[in-house]
Ligand binder design. Structure first.
Ligand code: PLP
Length: 433
């Protein structure tokens, strides 16, 4: 299979380049030349398959031309070492829990798959693959955990000193092994600038065999389509779900569109956002106005220029009418989100995190006007990741911290302190063994 840039269909690359390069030189995003469809033999038995079997079939549809069957099985089974349960709160009101992975957010699915696919693509290279990533918090934790102990790879994470939460810092600095953390005396933007300077330094990038693990990598999207199929098959036969997706960069929603393209029967998609509502506004008005993000309590969705929007457009052939016939946008304030956290607890004894709460609000609104259409709301993170908001709404000690997070909290932080200075960073990289 060949891949092309959304900015230039004739710029084609193979799988290895699309995944390891992550971003085309023209600043578009990579898309497969042909979008795979699962044939009727799959859709005759899909409801009987396990989560892993669904993952293997989807991964084969996308990557089967380039990656042999056993390698794909290993990659998918290594990725899906935890479940994504569907929880029913009330009639037609379903929640898909995507936080059972090691770092308690759905980003574990994409990061774990990407780590394993990258390791396979570079299996014959005589040099280790060095993943360089700047993080403001969560993405770095998911990437670090995903690559931890993956043979032939090592990760260097840059994070801004004093600007990530205590638990997030432990996720970046306490793993050890092939994960190295650099604590930068500067901002997240400084960290990003340092990473960029390393990639622009051709000689250095080549010597260290550098790659990036940012969220627009195609290898992070494909595994996110697995759980749409896995969730839908748990509804009664013949029932078509409406998926409600709390969104920021719109990777998750794009993965849902890929699942529909594969043949999954879907009634509708609802894109739920906080005040950063560039996409809901576009769906309403046809005007696309990216702008600086504003901070909210669902901060993983504070995105003012969603990077996957160009992929969504490509999937609808650039047609606004086609997109809005499939996706509706809804937006909610922090006050509404806080009230929803309390309401879900009072009505259902369920603790929903601020991102899931934005989705839950959208699901109630959707079903109010479409009473026969059951909703599946993606719960993108565990509430324990947001202790301040949760305790504010539900009271002190209202959220139990999962053991895998509590263990990490006790481990020692190991990080190298560096100034936000390109020359100092380059010197450190050159001497890094
Ligand atoms: C990253 C993230 C989102 C946004 O997902 P996108 O794919 O960028 O739209 C939503 N919720 C949580 C908890 C996240 O970490």
């Amino acid at each position: 299979m060949l891949y092309h840039s959304t900015n230039n269909p004739s710029h084609q690359v193979d799988l290895k380049e699309a995944i390891l390069r992550s971003l085309p030189p023209d600043n578009g995003l990579y898309m497969p030349d042909t979008l795979p469809v699962l044939d009727s033999s799959f859709w005759q038995i899909w409801r009987e398959l396990s989560f892993q079997e669904i993952g293997i079939a989807v991964a084969d549809a996308f990557f089967g031309e380039d990656v042999p069957p056993q390698a794909l099985v290993d990659i998918v089974e290594g990725t899906l070492s935890f479940d994504a349960p569907l929880v029913t709160l009330g009639p037609g009101d379903h929640i898909l829990e995507l936080f059972h992975g090691p770092t308690l957010a759905f980003k574990d699915f994409g990061a774990r798959f990407m780590a394993r696919l990258m390791a396979w693509l570079t299996r014959d290279d005589d040099r280790e693959l060095t993943v360089l990533v700047a993080t403001s918090g969560d993405t770095g934790g998911a990437v670090a955990s995903a690559f931890h102990n993956v043979p032939g790879t090592r990760v260097i994470i840059l994070y801004p000193q004093g600007k990530v939460s205590g638990l997030q810092e432990k996720q970046l600095t306490a793993l050890g092994g092939n994960i190295t953390a650099l604590e930068i005396q500067g901002t997240f933007d400084d960290c990003q600038a340092l990473v960029k300077s390393a990639f622009l330094d051709r000689e250095l990038a080549e010597t260290l065999n550098l790659t990036s693990a940012n969220s627009i990598n195609l290898a992070r999207l494909v595994p996110q389509s697995f759980y749409y199929i896995h969730a839908a098959r748990q509804l009664p036969e013949g029932v078509k779900p409406t998926f409600v997706i709390p969104s920021g960069n719109f990777g998750n929603l794009t993965a849902g569109l890929l699942a529909m393209q594969l043949g999954l029967p879907v009634e509708h998609f609802v894109a739920a956002t906080n005040k950063n509502d560039v996409v809901p506004e576009f769906l309403r008005s046809g005007q696309y106005n990216p702008r600086p993000s504003v901070p909210t309590i669902s901060n993983a969705m504070d995105v003012g220029a969603p990077s996957n929007f160009v992929r969504m457009q490509a999937l609808f052939g650039g047609s606004w009418d086609a997109m809005k016939s499939r996706i509706s946008g809804m937006t909610f304030t922090d006050d509404q989100t806080r009230a929803a956290i309390r309401t879900v607890k009072a009505l259902h004894q369920y603790e929903i995190d601020p991102h899931g709460a934005v989705g839950w609000l959208a699901a109630q609104k959707w079903r109010a006007s479409h009473p026969t259409s059951p909703t599946i709301t993606l719960e993108t993170a565990h509430p324990a990741k947001f202790p301040d908001v949760m305790e504010n709404e539900l009271g002190p000690n209202s959220i139990e911290i999962p053991a895998r997070l509590a263990i990490l909290a006790q481990r020692e932080k190991v990080a190298t302190l560096l100034p936000a200075d390109k020359a100092a960073f380059r010197d450190w990289l050159v001497s890094f063994k």
